[in-house]
Design a protein around this ligand. Structure first.
Ligand code: ADP
Length: 249
């Protein structure tokens, strides 16, 4: 790759289900410190692309590289340990524990290299310090001591982002992070996503197009398993095919 900011890339990514091609020759570049949105109508192949990138599904054809390494044949748990992490799927939240304890547990997961590294130092102080920093980063200070079960739906998803962030992923995949949320929670998540992307890549599937337009550096539009358009908002929204698919013009 010539662009050194590319941390995740797919080339010719294809997935057949029987005789049906759900994802067809998709090329995708996800860059460090960018929010990249994957959009498209239902059935376009967005979920399949996510499953292929995280290796929950094997591609029929094509290659995937993460941080310069070929992960086309790598197992999903290894891919996660290499730094590609999908939120809302692997981040289990313990309902009858506080927000703080949930974050502390996530920070202590055995595969968390960032934490193991400094464990020999004053471990508990450092753990609490890092937990508080994470809670502050996602704006959960007020709910710090509340049980996860008592959080609203929107705040619970923020906690899930925090526990995913605890793994210090290099690429964070977010599956419809704003689905089913009210305006206030949507605004909070939008801000968190921008914040999260300051020092990692974010790839998200999201249907809220006004928020996608507002916070994305890069947008890829999928239609019937193929890329219809990719680029920044101006590029994508001025594409005639995108306009006819989305705006009926
Ligand atoms: P999106 O997430 O954009 O709504 P999906 O990736 O879920 O789209 O699905 C893309 C297409 O692939 C759909 O037509 C869907 O029915 C089909 N598909 C997805 N998973 C499977 C599967 N396991 N077996 C057969 N067809 C599938």
């Amino acid at each position: 790759q010539t662009d050194s900011r590319v941390v995740l890339s797919a080339r010719g990514l294809t997935r057949d289900f029987g005789g049906f091609t759900a994802v067809n020759k998709v090329d995708l570049d996800v860059r460090h410190a960018e929010v990249h949105a994957l959009i498209g109508p239902n059935g376009a192949g967005k979920t399949t692309v996510f499953n292929l990138l995280t290796k929950f599904l094997q591609p029929t054809r094509g290659t995937i590289h993460l941080l310069g390494q070929d992960i086309t044949k790598t197992a999903p748990d290894k891919v996660a340990r290499m730094g590609l992490v999908r939120s809302f799927q692997i981040s289990a939240v313990f309902p009858h524990m506080s927000v703080l304890d949930n974050v502390r547990i996530a920070l202590q997961r055995p595969n968390n290299l960032a934490v193991q590294f400094w464990r020999p130092l004053s471990a508990l102080d450092r753990l609490n310090e890092r937990a508080d920093a994470l809670i502050a980063a996602v704006g959960l200070e007020k709910e710090r001591d509340a049980f996860a079960v008592d959080l609203s739906y929107g705040r619970k998803r923020v906690l899930e982002i925090a526990t995913t962030l605890a793994l210090d992923p290099k690429v964070m995949l977010l599956d419809e992070p704003m689905a089913g949320m009210g305006q206030e929670d949507v605004a909070a998540i939008a801000k968190i996503i921008r914040n999260v992307a300051k020092d990692r890549a974010v790839l998200m599937v999201e249907h809220n197009l006004s928020v996608v337009a507002e916070i994305s550096d890069h947008i890829t539009v999928l239609q019937r398993g193929e890329i219809l358009a990719t680029g920044n908002y101006e590029t994508v929204s001025s594409n005639p095919e995108v306009r006819s698919a989305y705006m009926g013009t």
